[in-house]
Design a protein around this ligand. Structure first.
Ligand code: ATP
Ligand code: MG
Length: 384
C-alpha cells in the first residue's frame, strides 16, 4: 500500500487544441514547486499522480501544491492492486470508525470482474462488519470513501478532496511586470494576475538614503512570498532618489507624487519591454487614497507608450484586499513599518485630481530623458 497524491486540474480542460501545451506548462510548474523533495509525477486520464515520496514529506508537498495555480483539487490516496482484499484494507485505513458514510466507485478499467455498484456494496458491507458505529447514508454521508479503479491494474482509495488554488498555470498567459511597493496592495494585485496564468517579474523603486535598507529587505521578502505562487521571479530594484531631489528642487511640490508616478511608469515600461513583459501591473484601487483618482491614473497612463496597465484591485475595498493579503500570506510582512519613497518630500497638499496639461507644464522643468536614463543605470536585478 503506497501513499500517493491525486491532482485534478482546473480550467485547463477547457482549452481544446491547446490542451497539450497547457498541460506541459502545468506539469513543469508542479515540478518546480516540488523542487528539493523526492517524488515522481505521472499523468493518467486527465489527472496527475504524485508518487514515490516519503510519507514524512506529505504535508510539505500539500503545502507547496496549495500554491500551484491550475489545480482544481487534490487528494491524498492509498494506491493498491486490483484486488478486493487490498482495496478493503485501504478503505479501512481511510475510513472513520463511526458516522454516516458511503462508498463511491469509479471503474475506469471495464475488465474488472465486479461493476462499480458491486465494489461499493462489498467494501461498504465489510466496513460495516468492522465498525459497529458506522452507518450507510448515500444521501447525506459524513464522509465518502472513493475507490478509483484505474486501467493499469491499480486502485486509488481516498476520502478527502482538498480545494486547489484554481486559476490557470503560470506561464500560460504571458508575462507582466508588477510594480511592487512595500505595502499591502501590490502583492495582492500580483497574486490575482498570476492566478490567471501570467508569469511575473517585479520592479521596486527606492529613494535610498531617504528610505532605508530594511524597506528593500521587506520588498525582497514580499517578492519571495509571491514567488511561491509564480514558480520564481526576478526583482528589479531602481533608485529614484535623484528624480525626487530634482522634482523637489525645480517643481511645485504639490505635484511630487503625480510626477514621480509618471517616472515610475516610464522606467517600468522600459524594463518591461527589455525583459519581455507584456503589461504593467499596479496595486491601485480607485479612490483608496488621494493619488488614486481616475485623473491620477490618466496622468500616469499618458506616459506609457506601448503596454497596457492592469489594475486588478481597482474595484476592491481595502478590507477585501486585506482579506486576500492574509489568505496568500503576505499581510504580516506588508504591515511591518517601512518607508515608502512616495512619503519622502511629501507635500502638505498633494494634488488629488491632477489636470494633465498642468502636470505636463510642471514636468517641462525637468530633463525627463536624462533622469530616466540615470535611474536605469542604478538597476539591480535580484533572482528570487
Ligand atoms: P501598496 O499597498 O501596493 O503600496 P498603496 O495603496 O500604498 O499600494 P500607492 O502608494 O498609491 O498605493 O501606490 C499605488 C501603486 O503604485 C502600488 O500598488 C504599486 O503598484 C505602485 N507603487 C507605489 N510605490 C511604489 C514603489 N516604491 N515601487 C514600485 N511600485 C510602487
Ligand atoms: Mg504604498
Amino acid at each position: 500500500m503506497e501513499q500517493v497524491i491525486i491532482i485534478r486540474y482546473a480550467e485547463i480542460h477547457l482549452k481544446g487544441k491547446n490542451r497539450g501545451w497547457f498541460e506541459r506548462i502545468f506539469a513543469v510548474n508542479m515540478e518546480k514547486s516540488l523542487k528539493g523533495i523526492r517524488h515522481e509525477i505521472h499523468r493518467y486520464s486527465g489527472r496527475y499522480l504524485i508518487e514515490n515520496f516519503s510519507d514524512g514529506d506529505t504535508d510539505l508537498i500539500l503545502n507547496r501544491l496549495s500554491k500551484v495555480f491550475g489545480i482544481h483539487s487534490y487528494s491524498v490516496a492509498l494506491k493498491v492492486g486490483h484486488d478486493m482484499e487490498q482495496i478493503f484494507c485501504a478503505a479501512k485505513e481511510v475510513s472513520c470508525d463511526s458516522g454516516l458514510f458511503k462508498v463511491e466507485t469509479h471503474r475506469a478499467d471495464k475488465k474488472f470482474p465486479l461493476n462499480s455498484m458491486q465494489v461499493s456494496a462489498e467494501i461498504g458491507g465489510r466496513l460495516l462488519d468492522c465498525y459497529e458505529q458506522l452507518k450507510v447514508d448515500v444521501h447525506n454521508p459524513d464522509f465518502i470513501i472513493n475507490v478509483d479503479l484505474r486501467e493499469n491494474g491499480t486502485a486509488l482509495v481516498f476520502n478527502k478532496f482538498y480545494k486547489g488554488a484554481g486559476g490557470m498555470p503560470v506561464g500560460a498567459s504571458g508575462k507582466g511586470l508588477l510594480l511592487i511597493s512595500g505595502g499591502i496592495d501590490s502583492p495582492v494585485a500580483g497574486h490575482m494576475i498570476a492566478k490567471r496564468g501570467m508569469s511575473l517579474e517585479c520592479i521596486h523603486f527606492h529613494s535610498y538614503p531617504y528610505t532605508n535598507m530594511q524597506a528593500k529587505e521587506k520588498v525582497i521578502d514580499l517578492t519571495k512570498q509571491l514567488s511561491e505562487y509564480t514558480c520564481g521571479t526576478k526583482l528589479n530594484v531602481v533608485s529614484v532618489t535623484h528624480i525626487q531631489e530634482e522634482i523637489h528642487k525645480k517643481c511645485n511640490g504639490d505635484f511630487m507624487v503625480t510626477l514621480l508616478r509618471r517616472f515610475m511608469m516610464r522606467i517600468a515600461e522600459k524594463i518591461a519591454l527589455k525583459c519581455g513583459a507584456q503589461c504593467l501591473i499596479t496595486g491601485e484601487s480607485l479612490a483608496q487614497v488621494a493619488s488614486q483618482t481616475v485623473e491620477g491614473m490618466t496622468s500616469s497612463n499618458s506616459v506609457i507608450e506601448r503596454l497596457p496597465v492592469l489594475r486588478p484591485l481597482c474595484g476592491f475595498d481595502k478590507d477585501e484586499i486585506i482579506e486576500r493579503s492574509r489568505a496568500i500570506g503576505t499581510y504580516e510582512t506588508s504591515i511591518q513599518p517601512y518607508e515608502d519613497c512616495c512619503t519622502v518630500f511629501l507635500p502638505r497638499h498633494p494634488v488629488t485630481r491632477p489636470k494633465l496639461n498642468e502636470v505636463i507644464e510642471e514636468e517641462k522643468k525637468l530633463d525627463v530623458n536624462a533622469l530616466v536614463e540615470e535611474a536605469l543605470k542604478s538597476l539591480e536585478v535580484i533572482n528570487i
